[in-house]
Design a binder for this molecule. Structure first.
Ligand code: AVJ
Length: 331
């Protein structure tokens, strides 16, 4: 599949293979062109996402931070005072501070953030490094590989709290979300806990302005993907010939981000040895952000084998934190 890049052996080592492969597959497949959302997060994309979290229109991160700051003691108590806290896709870890300091108040805690971005892990370690009673052991890996590693070093009888925050679960379709949680469930032991953050269904207007903000930060975040292809894969995208588009699919209750070609054009990507045709109006689908009903989150967890323990809801924005447990009975 990736044979075409062998034509440029000198640059191959410097190319991020996962990124190259995702772009190659996504732009050469039949039908709708797609590039997975993980490709949005190079250094520039991660910095732009951090700005998104500050936008007044994007309430997701603030709602979750507020929930976690108010409920951290309850969460720690309800999850049996965990001494090992693992986080999938920690990013810069800023929301996790509340939980870690609440847990560290009772006894020493090991925090194992898992992220594919070493840069994000660095700032996570720097941001949370000073916390009392908390030892940080970052793992640069994909979710499931990292989880395997984080679980393999656990002590017998050591209780675990796994965090999957920020509504990253919304990037999955509902079916894939349940399948992903099932995979997580298999790697956990009875008595372990999972805290899942998920954004709730809200009005189309609020969702559209959250994903198509008036000063264009989200547009830049999305368009940066094309600039990244230019930087890393010797692409020739004229970024101005594409437009950011946020759509809301009400039936699936999901936001979709697309990059829409303003004209009919053909774009070379030299490191991949391909030239990609776009019809006028054709799009690259770059992200899905599913929105959930609060009860639906519990039922997705149940389908994956978890028992739900408790849910905390931020009513103002519409965000839920749901605590699940892998119970002995289903183990
Ligand atoms: C990090 C996947 C939760 O879907 O809201 C923000 C990413 N994309 N604005 C989301 C995102 C556009 C975000 N997640």
């Amino acid at each position: 599949m990736f044979a075409s890049a062998a034509a440029a052996p000198g640059s191959l080592a410097r190319v991020n293979l996962e990124f190259a492969e995702a772009v190659l597959n996504g732009l050469t497949q039949k039908g709708q062109k797609t590039i997975p959302p993980s490709c949005l997060y190079d250094a520039v994309g991660s910095a732009l996402f951090d700005v998104i979290t500050l936008l007044p229109e994007y309430g997701v991160t603030r709602a979750e931070a507020s929930l976690l700051s108010h409920a951290s003691e309850e969460i720690v108590r309800a999850s049996s005072q965990p001494s090992r806290i693992i986080e999938l896709g920690s990013g810069t870890g800023s929301k996790t501070r509340h939980i870690l300091s609440a847990a560290g108040r009772h006894h020493p805690v090991r925090y194992l953030p898992i992220d594919i971005s070493p840069a994000a892990l660095d700032s996570c370690a720097r941001a949370l490094g000073g916390l009392q009673n908390v030892a940080i052991e970052p793992i640069a890996a994909t979710y499931l590989e990292g989880l395997h590693e984080a679980m393999s070093s656990r002590q017998p009888g050591e209780p675990i709290l796994l965090l999957f925050l920020g509504s990253t679960i919304g990037n999955f379709t509902r079916t894939d979300a349940a399948e992903f949680l099932k995979r997580i469930w298999r790697r956990m032991r009875p008595g372990d806990f999972l805290l899942l953050g998920a954004d709730l269904v809200k009005s189309r207007e609020r969702l559209i302005s959250a994903y198509d903000d008036p000063i264009g930060v989200t547009a830049s975040f999305n368009l940066n993907l094309l600039a990244r292809i230019n930087r890393e894969l010797e692409g020739h995208f004229d970024v101005a010939q594409f437009a950011h588009e946020a759509r809301y699919d009400e039936r699936c209750s999901r936001i979709e981000m697309h990059l829409r070609s303003r004209v009919s054009q053909e774009v070379r990507i030299d490191a991949l040895g391909i030239s990609v045709k776009f019809a006028e109006g054709e799009t690259i689908w770059t992200e899905s952000s599913h929105k959930f009903r609060a009860e639906e989150i519990s039922s997705i967890g149940h389908r994956s084998g978890f028992a739900s323990v408790r849910q905390w809801v931020h009513g103002g924005w519409g965000f839920a934190e749901t605590l699940f447990r892998k119970s002995a009975a289903t183990g």
